[in-house]
Design a protein around this ligand. Structure first.
Ligand SMILES: Nc1ncnc2c1ncn2[C@@H]1O[C@H](COP(=O)(O)OP(=O)(O)OP(=O)(O)O)[C@@H](O)[C@H]1O
Length: 550
């Protein structure tokens, strides 16, 4: 059969990029066999691509019919362009099929076995892609980017696929982790494959180990090379918690994992101090870099945890300073948060290379294990009554009560300190040691009700918080998601009650959207409120006090 190989490909869009790596191997094969086989694979591939496209379409809230319409318009357009000659020949630029000289060479060299291997390899590749799609769908994992590594089916797979050391698997087992959470299933292979990553997954879904585990795996052993991994957290409490988690996972292995304390930032000489992983708030890190005793030029991993918070105006400048100080050209950067606004993604894209985007569930939504409730309290006075009544009816500690600022935290604490509810308070006016004590006592169950500002709204993992009360309405939908996310963690059930007054009504709709998108119910009248463009909602509120004004 003497056919021109390029004729065989007429009308078929051959995806050169996908086959680029194998191109050299095609030389010297029987062109007819090769062409037919590739044609088959390409068709299979097209089917997979179409299914993927359809899936994405439907996930974006569009109907199947809309997809079909869109696809047929696309095809018509393509046909027209082809008739006009504006569509390139399907194999244009493939000299192996175009040049008769090369064709001769191809025809001369026969190696059917390797052609078959190649074909089988490609088929298996697409079968794997299909399996990955199904598996991701099962775990609500959405990805975008090129060549995304397969998700993890188990922690054990880390050993076979990435030669994970036994101590890490042992530590995971000791922590009681039976299988990876969805974010861990996808973000860990992405980072281990040397890809940058921005990831969003609900509160309490195991994001911390999704970046700590690959860091420890990649660092392998401690060295005297200086800091090799930096994790930035927006608050000291979270930095301290992440340090502890990191040490737990590294147990049994000699790594130098350090928390940047005030003392260390002031007096630490990192040229003499061993440090593999450094965890810090941006401000302290910037201060230490400025002192000239901390060199970040060998940092291989930079994690921006709670990245949307780190990108807010107050911190952005310090984060930028740290990012610039990490000058290693092969650095891997990753961003994690439960809320990832588009603007943060856009900004992240400008600094990241070929990053993979991993979203678990719906972006910017609350954990579905939290039962959410909105309670109208009329006025500021009504709040205190409602809170006392709620405690009287059923106090199910530990309970976290969020207020708008430190002044109000102090006021509410003064009101409640003598009551039989073991209250405590945490805000930024307390000393470091007082803040640590407040967190530790709440964790240990010594205090039952912790009155807090947003300093503990993000990332803090107080196991078993049964209820979060938003005494003051949160200042943004993101703040709401993070605050209530202190309960209902790691698959547990939690409760969240949000008080609202007349002043908060214009902002109710935004919270209602979060509630409905995580499966909760809100009254119709709230849903019909007009959506408000929400900056920061921090109204001036009356003092919290039951003492009569003198
Ligand atoms: N694979 C796992 N199996 C069971 N529990 C896990 C697993 N991974 C992490 N956890 C536990 O889940 C809890 C929440 O994890 P983590 O604090 O990392 O959540 P997060 O997603 O970072 O939340 P946030 O958005 O609030 O910061 C922790 O107590 C952690 O120990």
């Amino acid at each position: 059969m003497e056919k021109d190989a390029s004729f065989l490909f007429g009308g078929i869009s051959f995806n050169r990029r996908k086959f680029a790596s194998d191109f050299d191997r095609f030389k010297g094969k029987n062109p007819d066999d090769l062409a037919e086989k590739l044609l088959l694979i390409e068709k299979e591939h097209e089917t997979i691509d179409n299914s993927l496209e359809k899936l994405e379409f439907i996930e974006n809230g569009k109907s199947e019919m809309e997809y079909e319409r869109n696809a047929s318009v696309g095809k018509k357009r393509k046909r027209k362009r082809k008739e006009k000659g504006t569509v390139s020949d399907s194999v244009e630029g493939f000299p192996v099929f175009k040049s008769s000289k090369l064709k001769k060479e191809v025809a001369n060299e026969e190696n059917d076995q390797s052609v078959n291997e190649l074909v089988e390899g490609k088929k298996e590749y697409y079968r794997q892609l299909e399996r990955d799609i199904v598996f991701r769908k099962m775990h609500n994992i959405h990805v975008s980017g090129s060549n995304i590594p397969s998700p993890l089916h188990s922690f054990e797979e880390l050993r076979s696929r990435y030669r994970c050391r036994s101590y890490l698997l042992r530590n995971l087992a000791e922590l009681g982790f039976k299988e990876p959470t969805p974010i861990q299933r996808q973000a860990i292979p992405v980072l281990l494959s040397g890809r940058e990553c921005f990831a969003s997954a609900p509160t309490g879904s195991g994001k911390t180990f999704a970046f700590v585990l690959p860091i420890l795996m990649k660092l392998k052993n401690t060295t005297k090379d200086g800091v090799r991994a930096v994790i930035l957290s927006p608050t000291r409490e979270l930095a301290s918690q992440t340090t502890r988690e990191c040490r737990k996972l590294a147990k049994g292995k000699k790594f130098y994992i350090r928390l940047m304390t005030k003392q260390l930032a002031k007096n630490g000489d990192f040229s003499k101090l061993r440090c593999d992983v450094l965890i810090s708030t941006p401000l302290r890190l910037k201060f230490a870099i400025r002192k000239g005793k901390l060199d970040l030029s060998r940092v291989e991993f930079l994690v921006l945890d709670e990245s949307d918070k780190l990108f807010e105006p107050g911190m952005l400048e310090q984060v930028d300073f740290v990012v610039k100080a990490c000058t290693n050209p092969s650095i891997l950067r990753s961003l994690f948060s439960a809320t990832l606004p588009d603007i943060v993604e856009d900004r992240a894209r400008t600094i990241m290379h070929d990053a993979v985007r991993v979203i678990i569930g719906r972006k910017n939504s609350a954990s579905e294990t939290i039962k959410q409730k909105l309670v109208y309290v009329g006025s500021e006075e009504g709040k205190l009554l409602a809170l006392r009544q709620s405690f009287a009816e059923s106090l199910n500690p530990p309970v976290l009560v969020f207020v708008q600022n430190k002044e109000r935290a102090k006021e509410l604490y003064d009101e409640l300190k003598l009551e039989d509810i073991r209250p405590d308070v945490i805000h930024s006016d307390l000393s470091q040691i007082q803040r640590e004590n407040a967190v530790d006592n709440f964790r240990a169950g010594k205090t039952w009700v912790l009155i807090a500002t947003d300093v503990v709204a993000r990332g803090m993992d107080f196991k078993g918080v049964n209820c979060v009360i938003n005494y003051d309405f949160p200042d943004s939908a993101a703040a709401y998601i993070h605050r209530i996310g202190r309960s209902g963690r790691a698959g547990r059930i939690g409760e969240a009650t949000t008080f609202y007054t007349e002043a908060d009504i214009p902002f109710l709709r935004n919270i209602a959207n979060v509630i409905t998108s995580s499966g909760g119910e809100v009254p119709e009248w709230i849903k019909s409120l007009t959506k408000k463009k929400w900056r920061k909602h921090r109204p001036r509120r009356d003092t919290i006090s039951t003492q009569p004004d003198i």
